[in-house]
Design a protein around this ligand. Structure first.
Ligand code: ADP
Ligand code: ZN
Length: 628
């Protein structure tokens, strides 16, 4: 049974405060919740971590209190339903899920709860919602006026444009066709126009009000570094900035995931692999450990992450280039959901550009689709190569204009923190292209980047001798440009489409537009490669702010001891309830308790994140832990 007293005032704000223990709504939440509670349809576009869940949970509670019955939440990931429901039950909201992990008995019990009208929220996967059995149950509830709301989470799964397309989502418009007057709210963090248009058509949401939030994630610090030795760079990044933190490392292939996880483990980091090639139970075990233990690093392909709402992921690292900016934004968005600082770190290099282009070229898609993919890749490359504010570029991509991060702001991107020097690479680019042209003239052979750079820098290698390249007029004309600068020039030329790579050895070839560069019609301004420029500055800046590591608020020694005691207490509760610790209380909530040392239940209730049910269940124990 719901622990919520029926007579309680049910304004959305009152529910936010009593049930969830938060003082105020964020941005658009209040408008969305009012609209949906009143029975309107909505499409909500909000970045990951923006607070989408409350946008349907609070209307569900408010409408249930007005005897509208159950809210059905369609969610694609059955593996996460257990924790989502656990979090609601912890807050005193009667919720359940139906999926294939339940026994027949458990299923029947939940169905009875649903049919009785007592259940507030029911989570189910799309393939379950659209079964004849489930629809028959909904019919019967609907006849009694007890279907309150449909919430369709991760709504971009309905679109083939996104990378998470799910066939089962297409069948969801049956909900609208059968129960036309039941309000629906669809939610997603994927913002591009194509996906949005698809969601509206396919889910028949033409009359829904569309709420678009700002996509800025002010607590995320974006940094993109030039790949040198990616693994070592990653290790240094984790050691220097994220010792003991939870994080996600994305790699492109399963093999690389396994190797990277092994290697991090051998370096003393708790790192677990996750990809579609692992057994389902291994995947589940690794995901559970990531969610439940402190400080686990998961190394994964993009198969990992959707629906993961662990709030304290402190970094998301990319060892390979993601597919496009949408993917990058979703993946990096999994950091810092709790609003505290988190890093989005990516290492990228020439090989990434070559590989991604190759994957598109060799892919099975039609030419038009490939053109679209190439344009998206170009936008991502432009972001990686940019020497101005990453945030401005990211938001600009989603159609939002913004100001560069100010360094006074807490979490500037790498380029704002340390504006990179630029150099005019126009001349160097022409030298590189004419050297390739000379290769052609001189026997028609093609060569890869390594040899080209050797020739430009005038290195007497065996290969140079073999092909008599020391005789070329371009031999040694670029000795003043460093090897890493040359790589940047080539990367940029490939990114801009003036050069392409061919065959197994990635040999370089001019494209028709190379002529524009040779003629001097194209100016290339490149970022100057610098040795990990942000690290020292950032650490210094952070030390000044005195918040180098958790806890999220500054605590003195006694405060730290209280924080540790609270965490130990929380770990026991979480184990007892088989839930991740953050479902019991977030770190930020515990830290605030440790800092302000509430001496009474009333004082404890004032802390953000302490709702009525948790106060009742845990209040006196917390006061006891604090007193010890
Ligand atoms: P999303 O689904 O949009 O990625 P969530 O719904 O998981 O985001 O919310 C992210 C975090 O923000 C959660 O930990 C949630 O409890 C918290 N949150 C959401 N709304 C508020 C609010 N109004 N005040 C305080 N915390 C909030
Ligand atoms: Zn910036």
């Amino acid at each position: 049974m719901s622990a919520l007293p029926h007579a309680a005032p049910a304004t959305p704000l009152a529910i936010l405060q009593q049930v969830f223990g938060y003082p105020a709504f964020r941005d658009a939440q209040a408008d969305i919740i009012d609209h949906v509670t009143a029975g309107g349809d909505a499409l909500v576009l909000m970045p990951t971590g923006g607070g989408k869940s409350l946008c349907y949970q609070i209307p569900a509670i408010a409408r249930h209190r007005r005897d509208h019955g159950v809210t059905v939440v369609v969610s694609p990931l059955i593996a996460l339903m257990h924790d989502q429901v656990g979090a609601l039950e912890e807050a005193g909201v009667h919720a359940a899920f139906l999926n294939s992990t339940l026994t027949l008995e458990e299923t029947q019990k939940i169905e009875r709860e649903m049919m009785s009208g007592r259940l507030v929220l029911l989570y189910a996967a799309p393939e379950r919602v659209t079964t004849p059995r489930f629809l028959a149950q909904l019919d019967s509830l609907h006849e009694r006026g007890l279907v309150s709301l449909f919430a369709i989470d991760e709504a971009h799964c309905v679109s083939q444009w996104g990378h998470d397309f799910r066939e089962d989502y297409l069948a969801l418009n049956v909900l609208h066709e059968r129960y036309a007057e039941v309000p629906r709210i669809a939610l997603t963090a994927t913002a591009d126009d194509l996906t949005r248009a698809d969601i509206i058509t396919r889910l028949q949401l033409a009359d829904a009000r569309v709420f678009v939030s700002s996509f800025d994630r002010p607590n995320i610090r974006y940094a993109i570094v030039e790949k040198d030795n990616a693994r070592t760079q990653l290790l240094r990044f984790i050691h220097d900035e994220h010792d003991g933190d939870a994080g996600i490392v994305y790699c492109q292939s399963r093999k690389k995931v396994d190797e990277t996880a092994d290697w991090l483990t051998s370096e003393g980091i708790t790192a677990l692999p996750y990809h579609a090639g692992l057994d389902a139970d291994v995947r589940k075990k690794h995901q559970d450990r990531f969610l439940r233990e402190d400080g686990v690093v998961i190394v994964a392909t993009i198969a990992f992450g959707m629906g993961i709402d662990k709030p304290d992921v402190r970094f998301v690292a990319h060892l390979d280039l993601p597919k496009n900016i949408e993917a990058y934004y979703q993946e990096t968005g999994r950091g810092g959901r709790d609003g505290l600082a988190a890093d989005a770190w990516m290492a990228y290099g020439l090989a990434d550009v070559v590989n991604q282009r190759r994957m598109i070229d060799d892919g099975p898609a039609g030419e038009e689709f490939k053109r679209g993919q190439r344009a998206k890749l170009d936008a991502l490359l432009a972001l990686a190569e940019s020497h101005d504010c990453r945030r401005v570029r990211l938001l600009g991509y989603f159609g939002e204009s913004s100001e560069p991060c100010s360094v006074a702001r807490q979490n500037p991107c790498d380029n704002c923190l340390t504006p990179p020097a630029t150099w005019d690479a126009t001349d160097a680019a022409r030298k590189a292209l004419s050297c390739i042209y000379r290769f052609h003239q001189n026997g028609g052979q093609r060569f890869g980047a390594g040899h080209l750079i050797d020739v430009l820098r005038g290195k007497a290698t065996d290969k140079v001798a073999q092909f008599h390249h020391e005789r070329l007029s371009t031999f040694g004309i670029g000795a003043d440009v460093s090897e890493s600068q040359w790589r940047a020039v080539l990367r940029q030329l490939i990114a801009l489409g003036h050069l392409q790579t061919e065959g197994e050895y990635n040999t370089l070839e001019l494209t028709p537009s190379a002529r524009d560069v040779l003629r001097g019609d194209v100016t290339l301004l490149l970022r100057q490669a610098i040795e990990s420029p942000t690290k020292r500055k950032r650490s210094a800046a952070r030390a000044e702010r005195g918040r180098d590591k958790a806890p999220p608020v500054a605590l003195d020694d006694a405060g730290l001891a209280r924080f540790a005691a609270l965490k130990a207490w929380r770990a026991d509760i979480a184990r007892e309830h088989n839930l991740p610790a953050y479902v019991v209380f977030h770190d930020a909530t515990l830290a605030e308790m440790a800092r302000s040392q509430p001496g009474s239940l009333d004082a404890l209730a004032q802390i953000s994140g302490v709702g009525a049910k948790k106060l009742e269940a845990y209040g006196s124990e917390i006061l006891r832990v604090l007193q010890q």
